[in-house]
Design a protein around this ligand. Structure first.
Ligand code: HEM
Length: 518
């Protein structure tokens, strides 16, 4: 009896080991074949790790640094793997111009690094074809200079809150030291919630706000998300994976956000006519029929224009604005503040400009006044060059095409590395040096075309760019009207950055704030 059990055990263990070895071998063969994609096409690149591709490198050094090193070693076009998903990386401004502008009609879709749930495919960032053209056409006007000027009450309220929160924090701090990273995140969250959702969350005063807590669950996509990893490891089975996984996102959080925005929309509908001029209202105004079923690939541009956006489309696009506009702008504010605190001579010159344009009255900043500040613009552009918060953006060719000797295959994922371009000494001598003079009126003309692309390029560039720039400038001016920024003992110099999810931001930003006028 015992010998029978022992024989069975040996047999089953042997069988299991054989099956597991075969599966492991098959997976290894699969990943090795996938990782030969660029080699077969004669394109160089850093060596991928079996299975992981370059994901572990991204986790170790971040996409920005990885790209800078890769450009240095392999040149301005190289192969990269998200797991087993190949992506052709481009850091050549001439090719960028060709793809993003001149041949845009062949490249207006974004590449698919993962299969996403249907609901996200109706967001302007992810939409393809005519659906993207329609969404972009109706959302673009929400970010016109006139509309952003009209957001001054929202910006003013949020900036007033920032200054008064800083004042009360400073009362509690003997050294006058504040962690500014967190302050900027709260500020930009308040601005985007008010402008995109019409919801006053006031995270600056109420960090426990439920809307923000749920939104953070949606925004917190990371390289440790198992569904994302499965998508990257098995790019050929993405549809199957998504059939079971449905979405990467927390369903309860999605439900909460949806219900809150729906309530805000219902209230607006009841109080019509009203004075709302924000992004939410612009999206709501697209509805020309009561029962709009929203955007869809089955509809023509004209049909979408007639029907407008559905409630679900409005909510998803609001969430995309939150995702795209909140931490990016906060990071930019952090990097500018760091540069000002560590370059007192630059801060001094900027203070002079601010006082000259706005007078020395606190809280006198307007949209018109920031347009007159040339030095502020130079500092901002140089900060965006040195620390571009969004390090990559992508496109997908609809047809095969060869540009500058590089063959771009239909359906391939083409990713531009902003940081790889911004840190290339061919275009930017001494790239690590912070030097606003690169963007002075005298030097601006010498900048190589498309070598400065913090907001992407062409008709599919960042739709929120004007809002981000206005918000950043107004926040910096308002901050400097009240405080001088100085490095504190706790500030890490050079600045320690975090690059999770492809977004570059300071890890912490401990600054000393000295009141200009008591
Ligand atoms: C400093 C702040 C920001 C930076 C550095 C930034 C950067 C970028 C970049 C590089 C892209 C890709 C562009 C391309 O593919 O050519 C992008 C796209 C986008 N950004 Fe921003 N962004 C910022 C702020 C914002 C804000 C405030 C919003 C909205 C409120 C926003 C909304 C979007 C959207 C919706 C897209 C997708 C556009 C499309 O596919 O048509 N961004 N952004």
């Amino acid at each position: 009896m015992y010998s029978f059990i022992a024989t069975q055990l040996v047999w089953w263990t042997g069988g299991a080991i054989t099956v597991l070895s075969m599966v492991a071998l098959a997976l290894y063969a699969f990943t090795t074949y996938k990782h030969g994609y660029f080699r077969r096409r004669g394109i160089k690149g850093p060596k991928p790790s079996p299975f992981w591709g370059h994901i572990k490198d991204l986790m170790a050094v971040g996409a920005h640094e990885f790209d800078r090193r890769s450009v240095k070693e392999f040149g301005q076009v190289y192969g990269f793997y998200f797991g087993n998903h190949p992506t052709l990386m481009v850091a050549d401004p001439d090719i960028l111009k060709e793809i993003a502008i001149k041949q845009f009609s062949n490249f207006y879709n974004r590449g698919d690094t993962v299969q996403i749930a249907k609901v996200w495919q109706n967001s302007v960032n992810n939409a393809k074809g005519i659906k993207w053209k329609y969404l972009r056409a109706i959302l673009q006007p929400a970010f016109s200079s006139g509309k952003i000027k009209g957001m001054r009450p929202i910006l003013k309220r949020c900036l007033d809150d920032m200054i008064s929160c800083l004042d009360s924090d400073l009362l509690d701090s003997k050294e006058h030291v504040v962690e500014m990273n967190d302050k900027f995140k709260r500020l930009t969250m308040d601005v985007i919630c008010s402008s995109a959702f019409g919801i006053e969350v006031n995270t600056q005063r109420n960090p426990e706000d439920q809307f923000v807590k749920h939104a953070s669950k949606i925004l917190g996509g990371s390289l440790s998300n198992k569904v994302l990893l499965l998508n990257w490891f098995f790019p050929d089975f993405q549809s199957l994976i998504m059939y079971f996984a449905k979405d990467f996102n927390d369903p309860a959080a999605m439900e909460f956000l949806g219900a809150t925005v729906r309530k805000a929309m219902e209230e607006r509908k009841k109080s019509y006519p009203h004075e709302y001029r924000d992004i939410l209202q612009l999206m709501m105004n697209t509805k020309s029929e009561d029962h709009a079923i929203g955007v869809s690939e089955e509809k023509s541009f004209e049909e979408m224009k007639k029907g407008g956006m559905s409630d679900a489309d409005i909510i998803i696009n609001g969430i995309i604005f939150l995702a795209a506009g909140h931490e990016t702008t906060a990071a930019l504010l952090g990097f500018i503040s760091y540069n000002l605190a560590t370059h007192p001579e630059v801060q001094e010159r900027l203070l002079e400009e601010i006082d000259e344009v706005t007078g020395t009255i606190e809280n006198s900043v307007t949209y018109e006044s920031i347009l007159k500040m040339e030095y502020l613009e130079m500092i901002l552009q140089e900060t965006l060059r040195l620390y571009p918060p969004a390090g990559r953006f992508n496109r997908q060719p609809a047809e095969d095409v060869t540009i500058k000797g590089v063959h771009f295959e239909k359906g391939m994922d083409i990713t531009f590395t902003t940081y790889g371009i911004h840190m290339n000494p061919i275009y930017w001598p001494e790239p690590e040096k912070f030097d606003p003079e690169r963007f002075s009126p005298a030097n601006r003309g010498n900048i190589y075309p498309y070598s400065h692309v913090p907001f992407g390029a062409g008709p599919r560039n960042c739709v929120g760019m004007k809002l981000a720039l206005a918000e950043t400038k107004m926040a910096i001016v308002r901050l400097l009207q009240s405080f001088r920024l100085e490095p504190s003992d706790k500030l890490t110099i050079p600045l320690k950055t975090n690059n999770g999810g492809g977004l570059l931001r300071p890890v912490t930003l401990w600054l000393k704030l000295v009141r200009r006028k008591e």
